[in-house]
Write a protein that binds this ligand. Structure first.
Ligand code: FES
Length: 134
């Protein structure tokens, strides 16, 4: 079984677990703790902006557009009660250190209308997230 931790969502929006980082993504009225990892080369999706249609995140590193639905599938199990979230971490077996911090999450800003018609879509949102970087 994985480790269980408690996170105060009123103070923190990012969870560091060893070398992995997760951020609170607001999507469809929910808050999900998703992996801050672009499937292309591991860029920070928390710093991506939504495409004008609001369906993809435009990675700041190389412009890969990752479907929000695929990002949502990377979420950790989380049960909320008010601002308190109980989270089950993946069982990494090595007891990686865990810390919660607050950072700016650009992925939660409204869609960026200036991005319309710019970089080509390098990741098909219909593809599984892990296939996008091949
Ligand atoms: S790491 Fe995201 S586009 Fe390359």
């Amino acid at each position: 079984m994985g480790r269980v931790i408690v996170m105060d969502l009123s103070r923190h929006n990012t969870l560091l677990v060893g070398h992995d980082r997760y951020f609170v993504l607001r999507s469809d009225g929910r808050q999900l703790l998703v992996h801050d990892y672009c499937p292309h080369r591991g860029g920070p999706l928390s710093l991506a902006r939504l495409t004008p249609d609001g369906r993809r995140l435009d990675c700041p590193w190389h412009g890969t557009k990752v479907g929000v639905a695929a990002v949502r599938r990377t979420c950790l199990p989380m049960v909320r009660s008010g601002d308190e979230a109980v989270i089950v971490l993946p069982d990494d077996g090595d007891g990686a250190p865990v810390s919660a911090i607050h950072r700016e999450i650009l992925a939660n800003l409204p869609p960026d209308p200036s991005a319309a018609g710019t970089a080509p879509c390098a990741a098909d949102p219909a593809q599984p997230a892990l296939d996008a970087g091949r």
